[in-house]
Design a protein. Structure first.
Length: 698
């Protein structure tokens, strides 16, 4: 039986050798600009494809080479050619196969959304002709002389950086402005253009075609890209490495020259621009491009260095094989024959890559959620959880179920059942019986003394730490504005009182009697309120305790503004700990729970607590900024108009300190409260349930 014909538009190129030295070739589908790497066996079959009978091809290969092939190899090659649409199909069978391929490639809207949301490209310009015309113009940047110049400039730039480090660090702080962010984005665009041009010109110098450049979107994040698929034609992997590393090398060179120019330029706009180029380029290279865990430059460089194409796919295949072997004792052969050391590296690399990708994609989803529409963020979050966690686990479990007979027959199944039971036990058993939160230890009775109005201190404040009795005067303040307002109010009160008493003797006053009575009552109320305010200028201790000054420099005769704190009266007999717990943890607390308070300040003793009250309703404004995350606390809050405002539901919880040692000062610390036990499973359900209830309430 004759085999199908190959397509006429395919090109076959010798490629770089495999990691073990075996030869490799590349099939170039010029119509779709795709490249397919093939091994020695496939090459020998395709080079004899003009022989009409498959059996004759097999005999020729076994006779003329050291290979030993059979019909299974031929069938695998036929399947490879069919799957990748590399053969000519005619007749009803060909039409049926093509229809089947189209149906398989058709996807639902959600499948299309997942694939295109994760990664898609938008080609912007066709570059090959322009690169061909200009490749000679950039020859100097590839010369040894330019690299020598750059090395010398790097030494000078580092010296200038050392000499002016204080200016450099101060400039960094100046970048936190809208002008700085605009300059940063302009610098990023410029550097990325240089980065991609470096790839493109290096590939063109190696004889590769560079058809397009454009923008790719990785989980909605824009990234510049250059189509350098032609590098697969190169036989020398060192040439590929040059192309892989060209972008990162260009960014580092830009950083070197920018640092040098920053050091010699006078202050101004250009100096700030060079500063941004000197900092963003190498940081971006280290954080993004050099990473082999995503398909950036570092990945392709590592792949070419190891001489392993499709590095991620093959590494994940080894990780799955190793996992099944150790979990179930499967005696499957390894996916490929690599040295032991390389196998271990690929397995470790696959696990790190999976964790890294999951972290990056979830981080991007959270950023999209916070900076765009909530619905988009929630959808992206769900897509990544399903795509990167749920589906791989589901696919793996399906394979386990298909091989359940092997699992049952394996003596290691008891070990597997024990491991599964142990995992289930750890997840479901309520080990966690403690709740942790930040809190403040403070006296139960504490009274701050304020200046009710802008006023003058007439009587000196008590000495710091002096004992004070209940009802004892603390100081005397004087407010000329308040005195003036009170005098005017009393005059108004007397005036309207006279008008009311004289109404019997004057016709006009009698006609306005009702309005004068109302004005008199208003003046009387004004006098009473001002007298109350004036009484506050003579504050008295509401309970016995000790007085502590807040501003030691405040002396008799000094003036102070309205609301200024003058001091505090403290009764240190009883102490409390105040804390704010999020909504999802309140259900685990109840009156009478015991706990401990660990002060932040070293040297202070641990205090033992008892829960005495839980506020029935959540709060929006914290009693003190010290609870907020900006001040080192644990409550997520925004500081607006000197108020710490939360966007989540927090409940205030009070604890008594019993018994307590001789406490002397308010201090912050961490609470550990013995609460209702909870398992990891319950925590996850409760936490994510609370999260989605909150986030879906937009």
């Amino acid at each position: 039986m004759a085999h199908p014909l190959l397509r006429d538009d395919l090109d076959l190129h010798e490629s770089a050798a495999n990691f073990d030295g075996s030869p490799q070739w590349v099939i170039h589908d010029s119509l779709r600009n795709l490249f397919f790497s093939i091994d020695w066996v496939t090459f020998e079959f395709l080079s004899r494809w003009e022989i009409p009978e498959p059996q004759l091809i097999i005999e020729a290969i076994n006779l003329q080479t050291t290979l030993n092939v059979d019909e299974s190899d031929y069938e695998a090659i036929i399947q490879f050619l069919l799957t990748n649409e590399l053969i000519l199909l005619d007749g009803n069978e060909g039409l049926q196969f093509l229809n089947q391929q189209v149906k398989q490639k058709k996807s639902t809207f959600w499948s299309w959304l997942v694939h295109n949301y994760l990664f898609f490209r938008i080609p912007l310009i066709q570059t090959d002709g322009w690169l061909e015309r200009n490749v000679e113009k950039v020859q100097f940047f590839y010369s040894a002389l330019f690299y020598k110049f750059t090395a010398a400039v790097a030494v000078i730039g580092l010296y200038l950086f050392y000499r002016h480090f204080d200016v450099f660090s101060a400039t960094f702080l100046d970048m936190f402005s809208w002008q700085g962010f605009i300059a940063y984005f302009i610098a990023i665009i410029f550097v990325k253009i240089i980065h991609e041009l470096a790839h493109a010109f290096t590939a063109k110098r190696m004889g590769c075609r560079v058809p397009t450049m454009g923008v790719a979107f990785l989980v909605m994040m824009p990234l510049a890209y250059t189509d350098t698929n032609d590098v697969w034609k190169l036989k020398d992997r060192e040439s590929r490495l040059y192309i892989d590393m060209a972008g990162m090398a260009a960014e580092l060179i830009v950083a070197v020259w920018a640092l040098f120019l920053w050091g010699i330029m006078p202050p101004g706009v250009l100096k700030n621009i060079f500063y941004i180029l000197a900092t963003t380029t190498w940081i971006n290279t280290l954080l993004v491009n050099i990473s082999p865990f995503m398909r950036f430059d570092g990945y392709y460089a590592l792949s070419d260095y190891l001489k392993i194409s499709n590095l991620h796919t093959r590494a994940f295949s080894f990780a799955r094989w190793n996992f099944r072997k150790h979990l179930f004792g499967f005696d499957d052969p390894p996916p490929e024959h690599f040295p032991k050391s390389l196998q271990k590296f690929l397995i470790m690399f696959a696990w790190i890559t999976g964790i890294y990708r999951l972290t990056v994609f979830l981080s991007i989803a959270f950023l999209v959620y916070h900076f765009f529409i909530k619905v988009v963020g929630i959808v992206l979050f769900l897509i990544e959880i399903i795509w990167f966690i749920a589906l791989p686990i589901y696919s793996e479990i399906v394979i386990w179920l298909k091989r359940k007979d092997e699992i049952n027959a394996n003596p290691k199944r008891h070990r597997l059942l024990f491991v599964l039971f142990l995992i289930l036990f750890i997840i479901c058993f309520p080990f966690d019986f403690r709740v942790r939160e930040a809190g403040i230890l403070k006296p139960e009775l504490r009274y701050y003394i304020y200046a009710p109005e802008a006023s003058k201190l007439l009587v000196a404040l008590p000495a710091h730490g002096n004992s004070i009795n209940e009802g004892q005067p603390i100081t005397q303040l004087s407010s000329p504005e308040l005195d003036k307002a009170l005098a005017i109010a009393k005059q108004q009160e007397q005036l309207y009182s006279w008008k009311i008493s004289s109404a019997a003797f004057d016709t006009d006053l009698r006609m306005n009697l009702q309005s004068n009575i109302e004005l008199y009552l208003m003046a009387q109320q004004e006098v009473l309120s001002l007298e109350v305010a004036q009484a506050q200028l003579s504050p008295k201790a509401p309970f016995s305790g000790k007085y502590y000054e807040l501003f030691p420099d405040l002396l008799e005769g000094d003036w102070m503004g309205k609301g200024a704190k003058l001091g505090v009266v403290v009764n240190a007999k009883d102490w409390l700990v105040e804390a704010y717990f999020p909504e999802e943890e309140i259900t685990r607390l109840s009156i009478g729970n015991r706990g401990s308070f660990f002060p932040e300040t070293a040297g202070n003793q641990v205090q033992y607590l008892k829960l005495i009250s839980i506020d029935p309703t959540p709060i929006k404004v914290l009693t003190d900024h010290i609870y907020a995350t900006q001040m080192g606390g644990t409550v997520v809050a925004k500081i607006v108009d000197q108020k710490a405002i939360t966007d989540r539901a927090y409940y205030r919880v009070m604890f008594s300190v019993e018994p307590h040692t001789d406490l002397k000062m308010t201090q912050r610390g961490h609470l550990v409260v013995f609460a209702k036990p909870e398992s990891m499973l319950t925590f996850g359900i409760r936490h994510f349930g609370s999260l989605f209830r909150r986030e879906l309430s937009f």
